[in-house]
Design a binder for this molecule. Sequence first.
Ligand code: ADP
Length: 413
Amino acid sequence: MNILVLNAGSATLKFQVVVTDADRIASDHDARLIRGQIERIGGESVITIRAADGGTRTLTAALRDVRAAVEWLVHFVTSPESGTGLTARGDLQAVGHRVVHGGEQFRHSVAIDEAVLRGIEANVELAPLHNPHNLRGIEAARAALGSGVPQVAVFDTAFHHTLPEHAYLYAIPYPLYRRHKVRRYGFHGTSHRSIAYRWRTLTGRARADVRIVTLHLGNGCSACAIKGGESIDTSMGFTPLEGLVMGTRSGDIDAALLDYIAAKEGLTLPQVEALLNNQSGLLGISGLTNDMRDLLAEAHEHDDRRARLAIDIFCYRARKYVGAYLAAMGGADAIVFAGGVGENSSEIRRRICDGLEWAGLRLDAEENARLVGGREGRISADDATLAAWVVPTDEELLIARDTYRVIAGVETA
Ligand code: ADP
């Protein structure tokens, strides 16, 4: 089945076309016909395309909104110019969407119908920055391909529906949960699930035997405690702001700071929230950049104090969460790194793991240095009782597989 995978953001549309079905899933032979992203939607958009043979190219087109972007995309991927081999719109047999917030209602991936659309709509107030764009992506795909083509929603929150009450409730008046659904939801669920699935495939374990801490370290960062194959705790909360230090997000802070900063700086509460989301984290501490690669370069080449500080705080917070999750699970078999930073920076991995020797973790320096740029494998020494792994995340593949499974009526593993 040829599946168009879409991840629609405010001005960006990420896409892939994946060929998958039961046999391909079982033999791990899904095929990727094309992937890429459309940026700066609303103006002169920049389209980056990576073909199946790895060749990349950049195009531009004036795309006024997501609908125009999806229409352009569907036309392009079914034209000979794309090299996909697809020749008609009918060759795209289903669409899988990343949807950020499924609230308490959506615990699994679902086929999109009117009721599901209303459900995603109902969660807009929980994810005002994301769900509206995801909805527009769904409407755009329907407009481009017709309502006969099945569409599936894969939620970022769904994997965390197994969090127990003691992990998802904040210690604030309980009626706030009852009345307004104030609780921790967690995000990056598709990524943590993808990493855990790949790890158990690589190690030959059954789902029930998976007891790991996954660290998704990209621009957004989150940790997840996975026990018995299920998420039992995760660092992001009501919104993706909580938890680890991220590119531009503060992660955990004292809630009393909101009012204090507002008063001292003459800001409104929404402005302070924006400051915590967009001007904090690595960018806020360093005053330079949210990009870990550039920060590491600054720290090494110019010994920039605040670049070093930002990296220190980032690694310390991550290690603290690992420790917390080891306690939450009564130990673990492995820590698994993923995301742009986790997959590429052996230095950050080392600095997070430094100081976890008490837990039985010892890195294999050579393997740690070798496994970058999309390589996967174990980076801990043979005798480590707590292992460390690098397992690149593949959210789009999981979205494609879920889309197939929902349409075929088989359980989403
Ligand atoms: P997103 O969360 O937006 O999907 P990614 O997972 O692609 O982001 O991660 C982006 C981050 O990964 C950036 O901070 C980038 O600097 C970092 N990164 C990529 N390559 C390296 C590298 N070789 N060393 C350190 N950081 C890297």
